[in-house]
Design a protein around this ligand. Structure first.
Ligand code: NAD
Length: 294
């Protein structure tokens, strides 16, 4: 049994913490929202009055927070108070620069750290099947891996500090672009009188095949489990896709990478979000594309 501080018990953090409790760990949780603390308590998490109390005596400190600024502020606050040798694992999705800053704060206090963002959404968090993309030293990763296991379907060590966040935003840039591509193809097929099923049957076994088509098909019918079959209830919300696309564009600008399709995808998702669709599944972009027809 390991004593784990878990800070940020929202939609993702709460089910993740629950799986750590199920695996036999002592989880000391903290969040700013009372309702989230109540849910955590129901899952067997020991609810603490503040982050300092959660961190006290913890061997591992996990954060699952909205964005980079929250992670930096929490790290600045708790790193000086953490037990000697405590391992910091940040599972939030943040920009690569903030991830590296967070590693540097931990290093200043001689504490090992790993950035470990996830994919798999709230369903994967509840089922304990998240994919973790980890960045950090070999030593820090070796300590983090057994802690992540009860929450994970797959854990990939992507490289040094910030490599997990880099992998996450590159993957989600592919996802955003490919979803728009698949959605555009269905809109064109509709105009050409080609049925959804016929396009699916051809493309899913041809060179147009990709996850956005075969798992998350943006029209109802061909893939019964895709969000299109439940009126685009997420799933993976368009607001989160926009967040990740913005992170990839910041990283592209900072590093000098040329990503014109990533930039266009970010713009299209910004427009879709501006229509009040941030809470819809990101595959609902097909409705925006239909609406954008001339
Ligand atoms: P959420 O808003 O539900 O949870 C974040 C929690 O952090 C909130 O409960 C908030 O009160 C808490 N918080 C903020 N500042 C805090 C502080 N200083 N101290 C303690 N608690 C604090 O968000 P979420 O959906 O759980 O997402 C968390 C992270 O995971 C985000 O970075 C998101 O991009 C990423 N992510 C989410 C999904 C998803 O499907 N929801 C999927 C993959 C990755």
């Amino acid at each position: 049994m390991t004593t784990i501080a878990f800070i940020g018990l929202g939609n993702m953090g709460n089910p993740m913490a629950a799986n750590l409790v199920k695996a036999g760990h002592k989880v000391q949780g903290f969040d700013l929202i009372a309702e989230n603390l109540n849910t955590a308590r129901e899952h067997g998490v020991t609810v603490m009055a503040n982050a300092d109390a959660a961190v006290k005596d913890a061997e591992v400190i996990i954060t699952m927070l909205p964005a980079g600024k929250h992670v930096i502020s929490v790290y600045e606050d708790i790193a000086p108070k953490a037990a000697k040798g405590a391992l910091f694992i940040d599972c939030s999705t943040v920009d690569v620069e903030s991830a590296r800053k967070a590693h540097a704060i931990a290093a200043r206090h001689n504490l090992p750290s790993v950035d470990a963002p996830v994919s798999g959404g709230t369903g994967g968090a509840a089922a304990g099947t998240l994919t973790f993309m980890a960045g950090g030293s070999d030593e820090a990763f070796a300590k983090a891996e057994p802690i992540l296991k009860p929450m994970a379907g797959r854990i990939v060590h992507c490289g040094g500090d910030g490599a997990g966040q880099a992998a996450k935003i590159c993957n989600n840039m592919i996802l955003g672009i490919s979803m728009i591509g698949v959605a555009e193809a269905f809109v064109l097929a509709e105009k050409l009188g080609l049925s959804h099923q016929a396009l699916f049957d051809v493309a899913s076994t041809s060179s147009g095949q990709c996850w956005s088509l075969t798992t998350y098909c943006p029209v109802p019918g061909p893939v019964p489990s895709s969000p299109a079959n439940r009126d685009y209830k997420p799933g993976f919300a368009a607001a989160l896709m926009l967040k990740d696309l913005k992170l990839s564009q910041e990283a592209a600008q900072g590093s000098g990478a040329v990503t014109p399709l990533g930039a266009e995808a970010a713009q299209l998702y910004a427009l879709y979000n501006a229509q009040g669709q941030g809470g819809a599944d990101f595959s609902g972009i097909i409705n925006f594309l239909r609406g954008a027809e001339k």
